[in-house]
Design a protein around this ligand. Structure first.
Ligand SMILES: [Zn+2]
Length: 274
């Protein structure tokens, strides 16, 4: 990514909607701005810096559409669980950020570079910390395998960004349009194999982190009970294989491998949203 593209990112961040003075949001916003400023003046970005910058702009855009739940303890708790799980992955060095966004939809999102969000609607379904770990670990799986990044690279959105600046037509609307597409891509379907892969990674990471291996399967089971036409799960069902199919694939992959593993469920430690 060249400096001109990074200026696009800087412009985009300036035009994201105003944030509430929630300490977590403020911290995240500062990190976003600081990261871009550093790179605008610095040397050419490394692939990981580029990946993180792309994720950062998409995360900013998602949060502009649906802000974080205003509960600093909740956000800190989700970051603790998420970072512990991500630390078990092959990319512990990424700057992982986790958050619960204020939406009744049942869904979760991952943006490149380690930005992961679950909705309040999904969080409310959780019965234990192991289930939270399983859900976050599925998204961690998307990040470490760069599922969304690969789509973004294929779609040449990144090149388009440089061209916009080169032609001096990079007004704010265009920039927003560009980044809007990025956010749309993150909430769009990946291929089914990528989803099944993320499920398998999730079980391994959650187990490695010391949690009961069946956290994610338990959540899938619960989501499978929603009616197909229920508005709260419409997007999730559109973008992921049906939970029953995911359970079937995951069950076959897990076989009896995890039967003797005694991980923790930690029902009481799950932070409950007020
Ligand atoms: Zn997924």
């Amino acid at each position: 990514m060249n400096n001109k593209t990074l200026w696009i990112l800087a412009l985009a961040l300036c035009s994201t909607p105003a944030w509430a003075a929630n300490p977590f949001e403020q911290q995240l916003l500062n990190t976003l701005k600081q990261g871009v400023q550093e790179k605008v003046t610095g040397k050419p970005a490394t692939p990981v810096e580029e990946e993180t910058a792309i994720g950062r702009q998409i995360a900013g855009n998602l949060l502009g559409a649906a802000p974080l739940v205003k509960d600093a303890k909740l956000q800190k708790y989700v970051n603790n669980v998420g970072r512990w799980v991500a630390n078990q992955s092959e990319r512990p060095e990424l700057e992982w950020h986790f958050g619960v966004i204020d939406s009744n939809d049942v869904n979760a999102f991952a943006a490149p570079g380690g930005y992961i969000f679950v909705t309040r609607g999904l969080y409310r379904l959780l019965q234990s910390e192991a289930e939270l770990a399983g859900v976050l670990a599925h998204e961690v799986g998307h990040v470490i395998r760069q599922h969304h990044l690969k789509i973004l690279q294929q779609s040449k959105l990144i090149d388009l960004g440089s061209q916009l600046v080169a032609k001096q037509v990079g007004g704010n609307d265009k920039v927003q349009g560009l980044i809007g597409s990025g956010a749309e891509i993150v909430s769009r379907s990946l291929d089914k194999d990528a989803e099944f892969e993320a499920d398998r990674i999730a079980v391994v990471l959650a187990t490695r982190a010391g949690y009961d291996s069946f956290g994610l399967p338990a959540v899938l089971q619960q989501i499978g009970h929603f009616a197909k036409n229920d508005g709260d799960v419409a997007l999730l069902f559109k973008t992921h294989p049906h939970p029953d199919d995911r359970l079937g694939k995951l069950g076959a992959a897990m076989d009896d491998r995890f039967d003797g593993v005694k991980g923790k469920t930690l029902e009481k430690r799950l932070y409950r949203i007020k």
